[in-house]
Design a protein around this ligand. Structure first.
Ligand SMILES: [Zn+2]
Length: 431
């Protein structure tokens, strides 16, 4: 048999090494040692890590790369960011949003990021972002899975027409129901919005992903309502709470009751480490709270947790480069997840855990999965995070769609000439 692509001598995220991966007709045909069949293209992994593609489960593609438009966020706060977005929204055009989003997708592909769930603001009667991102979704489909969430940024009830616009966006083909209960005027309105949004999803057979309790207020408990509604409506496995930062500040006894409810309801959790560590705790003097949700505790409870990038060069965040390894690194630092097992789990938080949230089919490196993967300049997942490893090759459906030269520096030191390969320092034994 002849394959389309044969990858030789790969290490896998689960710790197995020395494996070949054969691809045919866009799928993985075999993962074994010593495959000797012919292939149209052969990629020598040289013992380095081959991972399923990175997945970003929480992003805002309608705002990305808009930094400085119409002005900079001078305070760097969440509230000025929201106000700034409100100034920019009337100025948006479909063409400009499409152009920026496509440029971001190019960057994402170069970083091995081949699936993104993006929220799209529906609090604009023109639905400019929705129209633009539905167009982008079609255009990028051959190389990137883009899933869209109808997101009432200014509040489902707080913003006029938001509820109607959200339904219009879903009618137009947006995939997931979004919301922002903590931004409604009262706790009651927030809870009411959670219930209404879950009912819309249940009626339409859709998934739910709410910006939920993105504050330092320990009494912001909309996640409780979200988990309750997920169970009541039989939405287990289809509901996600994004941010959940208030959980950082909640009373421990209350959390001990809350986490089993989230687990039983099959609700997924998303932390956005780069954004949570910069936007939370802003009212604190010292000590300052980190604000990130309780990742290790949720993991221990069997809750599926993932890390999102959230923002790249937009009104809320002027940093970022589409690098999910930077996200994983920040996540493990903020959560103090420093055991070997914890660090490997942080890699799962930007690969297979978010893939479950999106419901991606054929994701993984098993036989029969889509032939989508990334060859990294690293021996294993921990080294990949440590180095933000170079993506040597990005493969989609068995075809190499991006390559990068290995990171390597030539030294010009007297007495110590030579080369430094950043991936040359790691202990090679796993464990
Ligand atoms: Zn967000």
């Amino acid at each position: 048999m002849s394959f389309d692509l044969l990858v030789k001598n790969a290490a896998l995220p689960d710790g197995r090494t020395g494996l070949d991966i054969a691809c045919a007709d866009g799928r993985i045909a075999a993962v074994e040692a010593g495959i000797s069949a012919e292939a149209k293209e052969v990629l020598d992994a040289g013992g380095r890590l081959v991972s399923p593609p990175f997945v970003d489960c929480h992003f805002h593609m309608d705002a990305t790369l808009s930094l400085g438009l119409p002005r900079m966020n001078e305070s760097g706060t969440l509230l000025e960011g929201i106000a700034l977005w409100g100034e920019l929204k009337p100025l948006l055009t479909v063409e400009a949003v499409v152009e920026r989003a496509l440029r971001y997708c190019d960057l994402a592909v170069s970083r091995g990021l081949l699936a993104i769930r993006s929220h799209v603001d529906v609090c604009d009667d023109r639905l400019t972002g929705v129209e633009a991102l539905l167009e982008v979704k079609l255009q990028v489909a051959p190389y990137l899975d883009l899933q869209l969430v109808a997101f009432p940024q200014d509040g489902l009830y707080r913003s006029p027409n938001a509820e109607r616009n959200l339904l219009r966006a879903l009618d137009m083909g947006v995939d997931v129901v979004g919301g922002i209960p903590h931004f409604e005027r009262t706790m009651d309105d927030g809870a009411r919005s959670v219930r209404a949004l879950c009912e819309i999803a249940a009626e339409r057979g859709l998934r739910v992903d709410l910006h939920c309790d993105e504050s330092d207020d320990p009494l912001s408990r909309h996640i409780e309502t979200l988990a309750y509604e997920a169970r009541r409506l039989g939405l287990e496995g289809r509901v996600t709470g994004s941010h959940l930062t208030s959980m950082h500040s909640m009373d421990n006894y209350y959390v001990s009751k809350l986490l089993p409810l989230i687990a039983e309801a099959g609700v997924h959790a998303i932390a956005n480490p780069l954004i949570n560590i910069t936007l939370q705790g802003r009212h604190d003097t010292y000590p300052k709270r980190r604000g990130q949700t309780r990742v290790p505790e949720m993991r221990a409870m069997g809750i599926n947790v993932a890390f999102g990038h959230d923002c790249v060069m937009d009104p809320w965040y002027s940093m970022g480069s589409g690098d999910m390894l930077e996200v994983a690194s920040m996540g493990l630092h903020v959560a103090q997840m420093m055991s070997r097992d914890d660090m490997r789990y942080a890699f799962d938080c930007v690969t297979r855990n978010p893939a479950k949230i999106l419901g991606l089919e054929g994701y993984g490196l098993g036989k029969g999965c889509n032939a989508d993967f990334v060859l990294l300049q690293a021996a294993d997942t921990i080294e990949a995070i440590r180095l933000r490893a170079t993506r040597l090759a990005v493969v989609r459906r068995g075809r190499v769609i991006a390559t990068s030269a290995p990171a390597e520096t030539r030294l010009k030191l007297d007495g110590r000439p030579g080369q430094v390969d950043p991936a040359g320092y790691a202990p090679r034994a796993s464990g």
